[in-house]
Structures are given as C-alpha cells and as structure tokens.
Design a protein around this ligand. Structure first.
Ligand SMILES: C[S@@+](CC[C@H](N)C(=O)[O-])C[C@H]1O[C@@H](n2cnc3c(N)ncnc32)[C@H](O)[C@@H]1O
Length: 103
C-alpha cells in the first residue's frame, strides 16, 4: 500500500503503475491504521517513506511517526517469529554471569 497526500500524484501513481499488488491511497500517513483496515490489510512488516518531515508542522510529523510506530509494533506483536526469525528478547544471564544469546 502506498499513501500519498497529493491527489494528483496519487491518481498518477494509480494510472502509471499497473501492478495488482499495489494499492494507492490518497490521504495523510497519519491515518495509516484506518487505510490498512479499509483495505483489509494486516500491519506492515516495513514502512518506507519519502515524506518531508523536516518541512511539515511538528505536530503532523509527530502524529505520522506515532501512527507508523504503532502499526509496526502491531506487526511485531501479532507475529513475533515473522520472517522466520525471533525478535530480540532480554539477554539471559549464563551461570558465569555473562549475557547469553537469549535463545
Ligand atoms: C519529496 S516528495 C517524495 C515523492 C516520492 N516518494 C519520490 O521519491 O518520488 C514527498 C511526498 O510526500 C507527500 N506527503 C507529504 N505529506 C504527506 C502525508 N502526511 N502523508 C502522505 N504523503 C505525504 C507529498 O505529497 C509528496 O508527494
């Protein structure tokens, strides 16, 4: 799923990229959760962004960052072994007192 704020650019992406795997949504990335839900998509494994965070109002940037972090956290919570690997846990102590591998 691609989220683009500019309506003209979103329309252009839809018409120029003919790929059945691509869903282009017009709107703000602040609402990523709502867009995922509307399209029946699960939480994302990754988010790639070209959003100009440094030139937008701080409050908007913060809301986008929080929404994206929340979506990514849901992906980890729903499937800790996604991609065939386990996510890091707190290192365990060995009998010698050193941190072990955690596995
Ligand atoms: C620098 S352009 C990058 C465009 C594209 N990623 C590329 O690499 O060609 C930044 C894009 O972010 C979009 N954008 C800005 N704020 C956004 C937001 N809140 N949600 C989604 N897209 C946003 C703009 O409309 C613009 O198309």
């Amino acid at each position: 799923m691609a989220i683009e704020l500019n309506e003209g650019f979103a329309t252009r992406l839809r018409s120029s990229i003919r790929d059945s795997r691509l869903t282009v949504v017009q709107g703000s990335a602040e609402f990523i959760d709502g867009f995922l839900g509307e399209h029946g998509l699960p939480a994302p494994d990754a988010v790639i962004s070209g959003i100009p965070f440094s030139t937008m109002p701080r409050a908007v940037a913060d809301r986008i960052a929080a929404a994206v972090a929340g979506a990514l956290a849901r992906a980890v919570a729903s499937s800790p072994t996604r991609c065939g690997r386990t996510w890091p846990t707190t290192p365990r102590r060995t009998s010698a007192g050193r941190a072990g591998s955690g596995s």
